[in-house]
Design a protein around this ligand. Structure first.
Ligand SMILES: [Mg+2]
Length: 240
């Protein structure tokens, strides 16, 4: 149903003085989502593939080599700075005088990193049937995003892929990461629904006035205080 028909329907309600129709119409306009921004890893495919755990393990091995410490020490150092920096790379650059960005990205994302991922025709059909366009906002490099999209056979589904290079390696939950995407889309935070499996990333988007949803496939964040879903298909109820 087009907006004109919707308006006409609600308008006829106005003529009959139905207050509930007026309120419902205002709510509809206020809540209208015009675009959906999806995180990539563990959002567009199941966490059970274990891909991100392997990426993190490679990151810690890289950090250990670079700082000449053990992998356990690398994990401990990174965890201490988890709330301060959105990504391990950002932490290394800001605090450890690290500059070999391309070497790092290629090392943590080897060519065979996603070979276990299977095409997801059901997800493709679901995303294509959404009532608005969708894009990807990831803290990963662009070549990784393209690789994953190809493996899932989701080419042509997304309007844009916003990667970490495009925001000078400053990723979610920095406000600039979200604003870069919003500025490109020409939309306001409240007009874009953002879906991610990491609570602090979603909370970063909520903090700038956006509508954010946590995808919590395994109920791993039972104390998360905002809206969440277990399966991406549940999105439909937030868009109707
Ligand atoms: Mg993710």
């Amino acid at each position: 149903m087009g907006l004109t028909h919707l308006f006409a329907g609600y308008h006829s309600g106005l003529l009959h003085g139905r207050l509930s129709d007026i309120l419902e119409f205002i709510c509809y306009i206020y809540q209208m989502i015009q675009h959906i921004l999806f995180d990539l890893d563990c959002t567009l495919y199941s966490v059970s593939y274990g891909l991100e755990e392997k990426v993190f393990a490679r990151m810690m091995q890289y950090v250990a080599r670079y700082l000449d410490i053990s992998v356990e020490q690398a994990r401990a150092e990174r965890n201490k700075q988890n709330n301060r920096y959105g990504t391990t790379l950002e932490w290394l650059m800001a605090e450890k005088k690290f500059s070999a960005i391309d070497d790092y990205l290629v090392s943590v994302h080897p060519e065979d990193e996603a070979d276990t991922l299977r095409p997801d025709p059901e997800l493709r059909h679901f995303l294509k049937s959404l009532p608005c366009p969708c894009s990807i906002l990831t803290n990963s490099p662009g070549f990784h995003a393209v690789r994953i999209v190809k493996k899932l056979e989701l080419e042509g589904v997304f309007y844009k892929i916003f990667d970490i290079e495009g925001n000078r390696m400053r990723g979610k939950p920095h406000a600039s990461s979200f604003h870069r995407a919003l500025d490109t889309l020409g939309l306001k935070p409240e007009e874009v629904l953002f879906v991610d499996d990491v609570p602090r990333y979603v909370e970063g988007y909520l903090a700038i006035g956006g509508r954010g949803l946590l995808l919590d496939e395994r109920n791993a964040h039972a104390d998360y205080p905002h809206e969440r879903i277990k399966d991406i298909q549940e999105l439909a109820r937030f868009l109707n």
